[in-house]
Design a protein around this ligand. Structure first.
Ligand SMILES: Nc1nc2c(ncn2[C@@H]2O[C@H](COP(=O)(O)OP(=O)(O)OP(=O)(O)O)[C@@H](O)[C@H]2O)c(=O)[nH]1
Ligand SMILES: [Mg+2]
Length: 240
């Protein structure tokens, strides 16, 4: 058992200094069997390392570039059976950790999602971002067999670590959230996913790393790659 709670961080020390004690406090409400893993960006220029040391969190620098490089580093270093990931900037409130954790454990789930798009969920993002995100979720729900999952693209999630260790990532940025669920579902058609409503808030301190100019073509590219992946997976299953 046990859970690795990981936070990917790119110049987030001023958020982490307030976030980490709350993360620890909330994790302790549900388990003592946890490790806290912070994956810092190789380009960060702040004192994230010192902040992590202050709270006893394991600190590693991402081994390969882009957001996905940090994600892969987190999966590689995760030692526990379950993997909980959240953002560093208070968009994902640590108060939801016990609810998401309990939903995962009590339902014997493979994935638990802190969801902006189920009853009781809220999203404080800009309205054009919400429209884009909802459109993306609609497309993936209907084209990749993920109907019934309302917030595929969010980043506040708990997984069985094994699911992530089995994924050969094709993404570079935040589209990785979609890739994981598409591939996990293809690899395990009986994948059990539960959603817990969350109120997604705007980032507290610091600056965004979201850049639609770079991200949009990557989302389109991933879409095409996943369609091909899906066809190959179907074909190889048929000819087994
Ligand atoms: N290590 C690492 N972390 C990253 C990288 N890019 C983003 N992150 C972290 O990933 C999380 C999500 O990034 P954000 O910049 O908050 O993206 P967003 O939530 O879409 O945008 P805003 O909240 O509006 O700023 C944050 O904790 C970032 O610090 C990266 O290249 N490396
Ligand atoms: Mg954010």
């Amino acid at each position: 058992m046990g859970v690795t709670l990981t936070i990917l961080a790119y110049n987030e020390a001023e958020n982490l200094i307030n976030l980490l004690p709350l993360v620890i406090e909330n994790l302790k409400k549900v388990t003592d069997d946890y490790e806290l893993l912070i994956v810092d960006c190789d380009k960060s220029t702040d004192n994230t390392k010192e902040v992590c040391e202050k709270f006893g969190a394991k600190y590693v620098v991402q081994e390969t570039p882009y957001y996905i490089g940090a994600y892969k580093t987190a999966v590689k270093f995760a030692q526990k059976e379950n993997f909980f990931i959240m953002d560093a900037d208070f968009s994902h409130s640590p108060e939801y950790i016990p609810e998401i954790y309990n939903a995962f454990i009590n339902n014997n789930a493979d994935v638990a999602i802190g969801s902006r798009y189920v009853a009781g969920g809220e999203n404080d993002d800009e309205s054009q971002n919400i429209v884009y995100s909802k459109f993306l979720n609609f497309v993936y729900q209907n084209l990749f067999g993920l109907r019934g999952i309302n917030d595929i693209s969010g980043g506040f999630k708990m997984y069985k670590t094994e699911i992530l260790k089995n994924i050969n990532f094709m993404s570079r940025y935040f589209e990785a959230q979609l890739e994981i669920l598409v591939k996990a579902k293809i690899q395990n058609p009986g994948l059990k996913v539960v959603e817990v409503p969350i109120h997604f808030k705007k980032r507290d301190k610091g600056v965004t790393k979201r850049n639609y100019f770079t991200f949009l073509p990557e989302f389109c590219l991933l879409f095409v790659k996943l369609l091909i992946y899906k066809i190959f997976a179907k074909f190889s299953k048929k000819h087994k």
